[in-house]
Design a protein around this ligand. Sequence first.
Ligand SMILES: [Fe+2]
Length: 194
Amino acid sequence: MQNFAYLVGDEKTRLAAAVDPGWDIDLIIDVAKKSNLQIIYIISTHGHPDHTSGNDELVKKTGAKRVAHRTSRIRKDISVDDGDTIHLGSLELKFIHTPGHSPDHICVLVEGKLMTGDTLFVGECGRTDLPGGSSEQLYDSLFNKLMKLPDGVEVYPGHDYGTKAQSTIAYEKKHNYVLKPRTVEEFVKFMKEP
Ligand SMILES: [Fe+2]
């Protein structure tokens, strides 16, 4: 499914967060070990299984705490909402609630890098036709939240669906056909098109 999982590590304390460890848990643990990082948080951008199916195994192997949006139905130790932050050593991780692909979706912003899960891909966006999906909400999340971030913010998506693995807000504004100027009504209609 071409999922991306991410490890966010603090260079000073060597504490780390794993974002969306869906598969290949041993690989994630191996990368953390080789980078001398201790995984203390598992952050789920949303509850879909391809992003969360490795959570239990990773908890078992690391004792990390699970972080998810307060409305998420997955098992979690820490509930977060829009604008909340958690600290990872000297790093501050900020959560942006971006419903639309799913009601519990969050993006994670750290040091000018944004992990966008299934809200925004390089050149694409997440689907809204799954249970709990909403094109109106995705419009608000994309245009009123993510596109309001500085142009230089780097975009790290939840799947490798684009022409490259990562981009920036400026790149998406320029090249992502989903983000062409549209009214909400036009966007909803656009999302229904095959
Ligand atoms: Fe998803």
